[in-house]
Ligand binder design. Structure first.
Ligand code: GRG
Length: 284
């Protein structure tokens, strides 16, 4: 596990450097506040799990790091946008994020909305641009995968169901988890596989693995909520299933995901096994 944490830390730093280089610092003096807000949120204490997943999946196919880090940085910009918007008063109304005041608390609500919008838009500018020399067909496939994951039938749809639904069953809530949190995690892995020209069979394995990883991620987050102040909490599996059952399901999802990866018969998948172990065991 020590090697896993070392790699996670190194890649997180490399993604941070990439984001730092990619993000513009200025455009016109009167808009400098926007760049400050974007950098405040995007370059901060984040684990960079989605970007790590993308880079390590791409590594399996020996994709050039310059290329995978660029797309990983874009994925992390999209993730940061979702957190900035999720923290807004109209959503989860979060005062703190990544160990400091949330974006709108620091820069005001309007700037929070705009910083999120700008990060989302800029991420696609990065992916579509030719600066990393990625085959344009692959760029389109990556954009297709990510937009599907974060759009109406993905993250946004999941957030809407979460906000508007009452009396969800545990299965309903797991579907929301898959859309709201899992879809971008799945897309991160699939984007790495797309960059590596994975075959359709390989693609399926990565999709299955990352789909399960995404669901585990949110199920563990629900478990963590047990210790938190849940006055304003969203729907949580803890209210719908016994803890022991949630833990059993996490173990079963993990087991199935690892088995799928092992069927690829490739030694380089071990880091993805490390990742799912790490996510499943986080403060569980
Ligand atoms: C409002 C557009 C919009 C979307 C909101 C993604 C989403 C939909 C909501 C997620 C909000 C949230 C806090 C979910 C809980 C899962 C969680 C802890 C996400 C944080 O992800 P980490 O732990 O964060 O990977 P870091 O800071 O390490 O990047």
């Amino acid at each position: 596990m020590r090697q896993f944490f070392q790699e996670l830390g190194e890649i997180a730093k490399a993604i941070d450097r990439e984001i730092d280089e990619l993000l513009p610092t200025s455009f016109t003096k009167n808009a400098d506040i926007l760049f400050e807000a974007i950098r405040y949120s995007a370059i901060s204490a984040s684990k960079k799990i989605r970007g790590f997943l993308l880079v390590k999946t791409a590594d399996i196919f020996n994709v050039n790091r310059e290329q995978s880090l660029k797309i990983a940085a874009a994925i992390e910009m999209i993730h940061t946008y979702s957190l900035i918007h999720d923290d807004l008063p109209a959503m989860d109304d979060g005062d703190y994020r990544r160990g400091k005041p949330s974006c709108h608390k620091e820069f005001g609500e309007a700037m929070g909305i705009l910083a999120g919008d700008a990060l989302l838009t800029y991420a696609f500018e990065v992916i579509a641009s030719d600066q990393a020399n990625i085959d344009p067909i692959l760029r389109i496939k990556i954009i297709q995968e990510i937009t599907r994951a974060i759009g109406i039938k993905g993250m946004i749809g999941g957030q809407v169901i979460d906000i508007t639904s009452q009396n969800m069953s545990s299965d309903d809530l797991k579907e929301v988890h898959k859309l709201k949190t899992g879809a971008l995690i799945e897309a991160s892995c699939v984007a790495g596989a797309i960059m590596g020209h994975a075959s359709s069979d390989e693609m399926l394995v990565f999709r299955e693995y990352a789909g399960k990883l995404g669901l585990i991620f949110q199920m563990v987050d629900d478990l963590i909520d047990e210790e938190d102040d849940r006055e304003n909490a969203n729907a949580n599996l803890l209210n719908l299933m016994p803890i022991v059952k949630i833990k059993e399901e996490i173990e079963e999802l993990k087991r199935a995901a690892i088995q799928g990866l092992k069927n690829l018969n490739n030694h380089n998948i071990l880091i993805l096994v490390g990742l799912i172990n790490y996510i499943a065991n986080q403060r569980k």
